[in-house]
Design a protein around this ligand. Structure first.
Ligand SMILES: [Fe+2]
Length: 390
């Protein structure tokens, strides 16, 4: 994007040019022609004492300006940031390409499992090539923040785009998409009323009908943290014990097989993340899974536990400004739809355009902040272990 302003008209003499980060007041040059060339946040202030006398001189001037701007703006177009991401969806890559087109900032992407990325960044320390770390689940974001892997970011754009309960209060990480963990049930086996709340899943009437993922899952840890915040320790312990008593099968190690088990009747209800059912219902995982997922209904408790994927600027970043711009881009209206829909997640606000999510209808989001869930993670893990959640 090139922007040229003429302000005010020139008198006489030569010209000079310099790179500036902000445009100084006209001051002593007020009677000269000031041309400000802008690319991204780089600016070239060009002061011309007289207008070109001929077309040839004007062409030469334009060429000279181009060269000067190149010299001034070059660092912007060759800036590269490293992104470590626990997300792994093709549409994410398209968004990074759009970001590069809009800003000139190249993205070098490393995708791996979230926990491996945290370990890697920690081991690499100050030498890490990562400028941005993107992770699934607030428990992991909180852990990375606790390990001092992020630096604080103060961005009006981010503070506006990301609701305050979905970001760290000191600006170390920011939510980028939302996912809900909720009961998913087989309507042939239980009624919607029987699974209308998280508490209901501990009711003895569901004995032998419930399926759960293991307690190592950060998704479950964050859900228990949410219950701790809502109900306190005693009620949360009773809830865990009740659910463990209701188990139909040994705990699962991932959500998708558990949703299949609901469809096939091995369990009547399971607690799973919304996007796993979304992928299956949309047909992303093939026709067989799509058919199975058609037998599974999601039921939103009131309120529903919301978790996030999110990211922050790494402490090791050598380009924190460029890294911040990527987070601002991912949280912006233009990127939000695509970023969330890639994985059938919810954007930061609203339901978005995804037809699968629209079919599930509106929900009441819990008021607890993501940061608070991170704080309660250790206590949640302890309670799960102490009360028989394998
Ligand atoms: Fe997941």
């Amino acid at each position: 994007m090139l922007e040229i302003q003429f302000d005010p008209l020139p008198t006489a003499g030569d010209f000079f040019a310099r790179c500036v980060t902000s445009i100084p007041p006209a001051g002593r040059h007020s009677s000269l022609l000031r041309i400000i060339l802008k690319t991204g946040k780089k600016r070239l202030l060009f002061i011309l004492n007289k207008l070109p006398a001929s077309k040839a001189a004007a062409s030469a001037l334009v060429l000279a300006l181009g060269a000067l701007l190149g010299a001034c703006g070059a660092p912007e177009t060759t800036t590269q940031i490293g992104v470590y991401s626990g997300r792994h969806y093709n549409t994410d890559k398209e968004l990074y390409t759009r970001f590069t087109e809009a800003t000139g900032i190249q993205v070098k992407l490393l995708e791996a499992k979230d926990d491996a990325l945290i370990e890697r960044l920690n081991t690499e320390g100050e030498n890490s090539p990562a400028d941005v770390l993107i992770l699934a689940d607030v428990a992991r974001l909180d852990r990375a923040a606790g390990m001092n892997l992020f630096q604080t970011v103060d961005s009006d754009a981010l503070n506006q785009a990301v609701p305050s309960d979905l970001r760290d209060s000191s600006g170390r990480w920011f939510g980028l998409t939302r996912r809900l963990r909720a009961p998913m049930f087989n309507a042939d086996l239980v009624s919607a009323e029987q699974v209308s709340s998280y508490e209901a899943l501990a009711d003895p009437s569901l004995k032998g009908k419930l399926c759960l993922r293991n307690r190592r899952s950060v998704y479950n840890q964050s859900l228990v943290a949410f219950m701790l915040d809502e109900q306190g320790q005693g009620a949360t312990e009773d809830w865990i014990k009740g659910m463990v008593n209701n188990l139909a099968e040994p705990v699962f190690s991932s959500d998708t097989p558990m949703i299949r088990a609901v469809a096939q009747g091995q369990c009547a209800v399971a607690l799973a993340n919304s996007y796993y059912l979304g992928r299956m219902q949309a047909g992303d995982k093939g026709e067989a899974d799509q058919n199975l997922a058609g037998k599974v209904t999601v039921r939103w408790p009131d309120p529903v536990h919301v978790n996030i994927t999110g990211g922050g600027v790494t402490r090791a970043s050598r380009n924190p400004e460029a890294a911040q711009r990527l987070l601002e881009f991912l949280s912006s209206d233009q990127a939000q739809g695509g970023y969330a829909a890639a994985n059938h997640e919810y954007p930061l606000m609203g339901i978005g355009e995804d037809p699968v999510l629209q079919a599930w209808g509106p929900f009441q989001q819990a008021k607890v902040s993501a940061e608070r869930l991170g704080e309660l993670n250790a206590q949640a893990i302890e309670l799960m272990a102490a009360n028989g959640w394998q």
